[in-house]
Design a protein around this ligand. Structure first.
Ligand code: GLY
Length: 435
């Protein structure tokens, strides 16, 4: 098969790495890819993965490319092309593509749609309201004592969520989005959600229109600094599985979300094929869905795929073709940890083009994979090319061993300004208090 992966981050490197291991794949492309992706080789014939310089949102060029290269399966990594309708476009032209269509991708591309769907179908979530009018939005935020998340309705490059702790902050956030139009069309409406407390856990379901297969648990670390301090980021590190949940507890949490979600999709005629990734908060009143994402998590993918024993291409085909009910997904019992190394200044402004050293040494380490997120090749060297640069990922029999290995590998990699959190998976390793 000829396969095309759309995207250029750490998630897409992990997808390419796993797809390259498939016995079904004879040629693999990534658009636009990165330096790490361009160094992967196929298990079947040793060919290098090829990167095509086409942006993930340039739908007409992606379509022409897929037609010209006779691509048998296109795999969509990021949310933007899904929201723009890449799946619908490819399908209209008779091409096989994995990911939700534009209607189904609304679970991520419209926060208001997702929240109202949850309310219609009794999916556990928190108190919330959707507003286009700033005065009404301020009144609702005041009812919540100003303790709320103010979210731009549409996609806003991961920056459209403002966390507020008092009425002044809430009013400022509402004004920024609805009056100041900080996110343009994406902020024509806001969703205001009450703030809730608890531990967050990431759920991933592979869906085929009628069936949803649950992945193991994982946990992201979204703040930039240790102890969950600092600004929100795309994700600074993750691990799987989450040891503070038994398999039964995790299954119960997943069921409380996915059963009403599947029923809701059936009733509303939503044909969801792809990954559904709900972010869930475990509160003292039970699990509550914070948001839905319509694609693989980044960096969650980097800890799932090293644990996946099944052929990913076979699973993606079953998802596209509505055959997931006939498949089983096999996972290794090992734990996996990913530590994200970021550019100096990230999540604010940062420089690009800084040489990265130490990758050859980490390439030789066992049970280790350094996934590239924001890298490029300049004159035969790998340089930084984004905010999140690398996802240093290790797997081992225990979470402690995987964590130790990931930090030991990260210490071997150097680039000016590099920073990473020192506490990925640390809370998960603390003894569980039983009271
Ligand atoms: N793990 C955060 C995200 O993928 O959005």
């Amino acid at each position: 098969m000829n396969v095309l992966v759309i995207g250029s981050g750490g998630r897409e490197h992990a997808l390419v790495w796993k797809i390259a291991q498939s016995p079904m794949v004879r040629s693999l492309w990534c658009a636009p890819g990165n330096a790490g992706i361009a160094a992967e080789r196929l298990a079947t014939n040793g060919e290098l993965v090829q990167c095509a310089p086409i942006g993930a949102e340039d739908l007409p060029s992606l379509l022409s490319f897929a037609q010209e290269k006779r691509i048998d399966l296109t795999v969509v990594g990021p949310d933007n092309p899904l929201a723009l309708g890449v799946v619908d476009l490819f399908q209209e032209h008779g091409l096989r593509i994995w990911g939700p269509n534009r209607q189904a991708a609304q679970f991520e591309s419209s926060k208001v749609f997702a929240q109202q769907f949850m309310e219609r179908h009794c999916i556990p979530t928190m108190r919330s309201g959707a507003f286009a009018d700033a005065t009404e939005a301020r009144e609702f935020a005041a009812e919540l004592g100003g303790r709320c998340a103010v979210k731009a309705d549409g996609l806003a490059l991961g920056k459209g969520v403002l966390i507020c702790r008092n009425p002044a902050e809430a009013n400022q956030a509402i004004d920024e989005i609805l009056v100041g139009k900080a996110f343009g069309k994406a902020g024509e409406r806001v969703l205001i959600q009450e703030l809730i407390e608890g531990m967050e856990v990431s759920l991933h379901f592979l869906c085929d229109g009628t069936t949803a297969k649950l992945f193991p648990s994982s946990q992201d670390h979204k703040r930039a600094l240790d102890g969950d301090e600092g600004l929100n980021t795309g994700g600074m590190g993750t691990y799987s599985p989450a040891p503070f949940l038994t398999d039964q507890q995790f299954q119960e949490i997943a069921d409380s979300v996915i059963q009403p979600w599947l029923k809701g999709c059936r009733e509303e005629g939503i044909d969801y094929r792809g990954i559904l990734y709900p972010g869930v908060m475990l509160t003292k009143d039970g699990p509550k869905v914070l948001e839905f994402n319509s694609r693989f998590g980044d960096p969650e993918t980097q800890v799932y795929l090293p644990r996946l024993k099944s052929d990913l291409v076979g699973l993606l085909l079953a998802s596209v073709e509505g055959r997931l009910g006939e498949t089983t997904i096999e996972w290794s019992s090992e734990a996996c940890v990913c530590v994200v190394m970021a550019s100096g200044g990230y999540p604010g402004g940062y420089a690009k083009g800084i040489p990265i050293n130490g990758l050859e040494e980490t390439d030789r380490l066992p049970q280790t994979k350094v996934f590239h997120a924001g890298t490029a090749t300049r004159e035969h060297s790998v340089v930084t090319n984004g905010g999140r640069v690398l996802g240093v990922t290790c797997w081992a029999n225990t979470l402690q061993a995987a964590r130790d290995a990931a930090y030991s590998a990260a210490e071997k990699i150097r680039f000016d300004g590099a920073h990473f959190r020192r506490d990925i998976a640390a809370k998960a390793l603390q003894p569980i208090r039983k009271n």
